[in-house]
Design a protein around this ligand. Structure first.
Ligand code: FAD
Length: 582
C-alpha cells in the first residue's frame, strides 16, 4: 500500500511550508529515514525524512511550491502502484487540512473505521498464547476489532507484570516509602511516641498477593466481557500452525499471537543451586527480612528490591559487573542513585565479577573478583530475563531467531506469516507498557490492518527513592548523533518538592540545537515515573522546546521542574539565576 509524504507541521505556529528542493526524483528508491526534501518555514530550513522505504512514485508539489501543513506532497510505494487523488490529497488528508485550518488537533483515523472485512477460515480469528500484558491486551484488541478470540494461559492471567513483576515489587516499595515518611515525621513537627518498626514479611506478602489477585481477576473479567475464550494450560504451536493446549485440545485460528513473555535468567556459577539463592520470583514470597542480603545485579530489579530491603532493615550489598548501577539509564541518574544508596548504607560494588557462592549452612559466602568476600543470609539473583519460548512448540526450529529471541518486524510479525510475537518474547523492549503497545499492534495486524509499532517514546522508570525515569536518548547517545544542548533544573528549587521533603534530584532535558527538538528527558526525583509520561507525549508528538514554552503548568507541581529544565535548554529558565556569559 502506498504511503503518503506530507508537509510536516514543525511547530504550533506553522501553517504552511515552502519546498526548497527534492533530494530524490520520481522513480528513485528511498529508504526509511533517508532525507527526501528540504523545506523552509519561518525562515528556518529543515530536512524531511522518508517515513517508509520503497520507490518515490509521485511528486505532487515541485521545488518552489508552498504547501499547507499535513497536505500530501508525494507518494512512496511499490513500482507501478497507483496513487490516489490527482491533487495528491486523500480524503483523510483533506479533512486534516480543514481541521488544522480551524486550529483543531485531529485524532488519527481510528483503526476500526478502516478495518477491511475479513472472512474467518478457522474456528477463531486469533489465538493468543500467554495472558500477560502483551497477550491479554492483544486478545482484547482483536475482540474489539470484531474477532473471535481464544487465549491460552498456563498460570495466572496478568503474567509476570501483575503476579511476579511490576505490581508485586511496587507493593514492597510502598512499604519502604511509608517507612521513609515515618522517619521524616519528627523533623516536620509530627511527634511519634516511638518510631521503631519491624516489617512483617508474611503480611507484606499477603498484601502483595491480594493486590495481584485483584488485578488478575480484573483481567479475567475484561476478557470475559469481550467474549474471549480462555483456555487454562500450556499452549504450543503444531506443525500446521494450530495451537494445542496441554497436548489435548486443538485451537484452529487464522492467525496466532505468541505472547509467552520471559523468565528469570540464571548463570552457571558454582553454588547457584543453593536454596539461599533466590530469583525475583521466589524473593517476592520471602517470609522474613534477611539480616544480610547480597544482590547480584544492579539493574532495575536489583536496585528496587535491594533498596526496599535496606529500608526494611537488611544490610545490603549490591554486586554489579558494569561500571555503574542501572547502566541503561543516563550516567547522571546512575551517579545520583549510587550516591543515595551509599548515603543509606548500601554497599555498592560496581565493576565487580561474581566468582562463586559457598553455602555454609547457616549463611552464604559470595566470592567476587579482587574484593573481600560478602557474607549474607540470602542472595537475590537479578541478572536479567530471557524469553520463554515454550509456545513455539513443533515450529521452534522454523522461526528466524536473534540471540535466542523470536525475530519480529515492525508489524510484530515473525518470519512465519500470520504468526505474531509481541512483548518480552521478542526482547525488543522488555517493559510492560511496551508489551501493551506491541500486543495491540499485533492484534490489529492479525485482524487485517497494516500498522507499524513505534516505541521511540517509550518511557522507562525505576521506582527507587528517589524515583528515576527517562524517555528518548541518554546524553551520551544524543551526543553521538547530534549537536546538543542540555537543560537542567533541580527539585531543590521547586516549591512543591521542598514543601513535601522531596528537594533532591533533577530534571535534565537534551535538546538538538538545529531544530530545538527534544531528544531525551531524564528525571531523578519525586514522582519521576508520573512526570515522564508528559515527556513521552512531547517526544511522540515531536514538539520543540519553543512549543513547550507556550504550555502552562499548574503551580505548585513537581512537573514544573520539567518545564523549567526545557526553558533552561534555551537559557530562559525563570527560577534559576542568570547564567554567567563566557
Ligand atoms: P509476561 O508478563 O511474562 O507474560 C507471559 C505469560 O505467558 C505468562 O503468564 C506465562 O505464564 C504465559 N505463558 C508462557 N508460555 C506459555 C505457554 N506455552 N502456554 C500458556 N501460557 C504461557 N515492567 C515495567 O514496565 N515496569 C515495571 O515496574 C516492571 N517491574 C518488573 C519487576 C520485576 C521483578 C520483573 C521480573 C519484571 C518487571 N517488569 C516491569 C517487566 C514486565 O513484567 C514485563 O515486561 C511484562 O510482564 C512483559 O509482558 P509479556 O506479556 O510479554 O510477558
Amino acid at each position: 500500500m502506498a504511503v503518503e509524504v506530507i508537509m510536516p507541521k514543525a511547530g504550533s505556529e506553522m501553517e504552511e511550508g515552502e519546498i526548497v528542493q527534492w533530494f530524490k526524483q520520481e522513480g528513485d528508491e528511498v529508504k526509511e529515514g533517508e532525507v527526501l526534501l528540504e523545506i523552509v518555514t519561518d525562515k528556518v530550513n529543515m530536512e524531511v525524512e522518508a517515513e517508509a522505504s520503497g520507490t518515490l512514485l509521485k511528486i505532487l508539489h515541485p521545488a518552489g511550491s508552498t504547501v499547507p501543513v499535513v497536505q500530501t506532497i508525494a507518494w512512496i510505494g511499490q513500482p507501478g502502484e497507483a496513487v490516489p487523488g490527482a491533487d495528491g490529497a486523500t480524503a483523510a488528508a483533506q479533512e486534516v487540512v480543514k481541521e488544522v485550518a480551524a486550529d483543531v488537533k485531529v485524532p488519527e483515523t481510528k483503526a476500526e473505521e478502516v478495518l477491511p472485512k475479513r472472512e474467518r477460515r478457522g474456528e477463531y480469528d486469533v489465538a493468543v498464547i500467554g495472558g500477560g500484558p502483551a497477550g491479554y491486551v492483544a486478545a482484547i484488541k482483536a475482540a474489539q476489532l470484531g474477532g473471535k478470540v481464544a487465549l491460552v494461559e498456563n498460570r495466572e492471567l496478568g503474567g509476570t507484570c501483575l503476579n511476579r513483576g511490576c505490581i508485586p515489587t511496587k507493593t514492597f516499595l510502598h512499604n519502604a516509602e511509608i517507612i521513609n515518611y515515618i522517619r521524616s515525621a519528627k523533623d516536620r513537627g509530627i511527634k511519634l511516641v516511638n518510631d521503631a518498626f519491624t516489617v512483617d514479611m508474611e503480611q507484606t506478602v499477603a498484601v502483595k498477593n491480594k493486590v495481584s489477585k485483584t488485578l488478575s481477576g480484573g483481567v479475567a473479567g475484561l476478557l470475559k466481557s469481550y467474549g474471549v475464550k480462555v483456555f487454562n494450560g500450556v499452549g504450543q504451536l503444531t506443525a500446521d500452525k494450530k495451537v494445542v493446549v496441554d497436548e489435548k485440545e486443538t485451537i484452529d485460528a487464522d492467525n496466532v499471537i505468541l505472547a509467552g513473555g520471559s523468565k528469570v535468567s540464571r548463570i552457571n556459577i558454582p553454588g547457584m543451586d543453593s536454596d539461599k539463592v533466590l530469583t525475583s520470583d521466589e524473593f517476592l514470597d520471602i517470609t522474613e527480612v534477611p539480616s544480610r542480603l547480597a544482590v547480584i545485579g544492579g539493574g532495575v530489579i536489583g536496585s528496587e528490591l535491594g533498596q526496599a530491603f535496606a529500608t526494611f532493615g537488611s544490610k545490603v550489598t549490591i554486586v554489579e559487573m558494569a561500571d555503574r548501577l542501572i547502566a541503561g539509564m543516563d550516567k547522571d541518574a546512575s551517579v545520583a542513585l549510587e550516591k543515595q544508596f551509599r548515603k543509606q548504607g548500601i554497599n555498592v560494588l560496581t565493576s565487580t565479577k561474581l566468582l562463586e557462592i559457598v553455602d555454609k549452612g547457616h549463611e552464604v559466602v559470595v566470592k567476587v573478583e579482587g574484593k573481600e568476600d560478602i557474607v549474607a543470609d540470602k542472595v537475590l539473583l537479578s541478572i536479567g530475563r530471557v524469553p520463554d519460548n515454550t509456545c513455539l512448540g513443533e515450529l521452534a526450529d522454523k522461526f528466524e531467531m536473534e540471540r535466542g529471541r523470536v525475530k519480529v518486524d515492525e508489524y510484530m510479525e515473525t518470519s512465519i506469516k500470520g504468526i505474531y510475537a509481541p512483548g518480552d518474547i521478542n526482547g525488543v523492549k522488555m517493559l510492560a507498557h511496551a508489551a501493551f503497545k506491541m500486543g495491540e499492534i499485533a492484534a490489529e495486524n492479525a485482524m487485517g490492518h497494516h500498522k507499524k509499532v513505534d516505541l521511540k517514546a517509550t518511557p522507562a522508570a525505576i521506582y527507587t527513592h528517589p524515583e528515576i525515569a527517562m524517555v528518548g536518548l541518554t546524553e551520551d547517545q544524543a551526543r553521538e548523533k547530534y549537536d546538543v544542548k542540555v537543560g537542567r533544573f533541580n527539585f531543590g528549587a521547586n516549591g512543591r518538592s521542598l514543601a513535601s521533603n522531596h528537594g533532591e534530584g533533577f530534571v535534565k532535558v537534551i535538546m538538538d540545537t538545529k531544530y530545538r527538538e527534544i531528544l531525551g528527558i531524564h528525571i531523578v526525583g519525586p514522582v519521576a515515573a508520573e512526570i515522564i509520561n508528559e515527556g513521552s507525549t512531547l517526544l511522540q508528538t515531536e514538539m520543540t522546546i519553543d512549543d513547550v514554552m507556550d504550555i502552562i503548568h499548574g503551580h505548585p507541581t513537581y512537573s514544573e521542574a520539567l518545564y523549567e529544565a526545557m526553558a533552561d535548554c534555551i537559557d530562559m529558565c525563570i527560577h534559576a539565576p542568570k547564567k554567567k556569559t563566557k
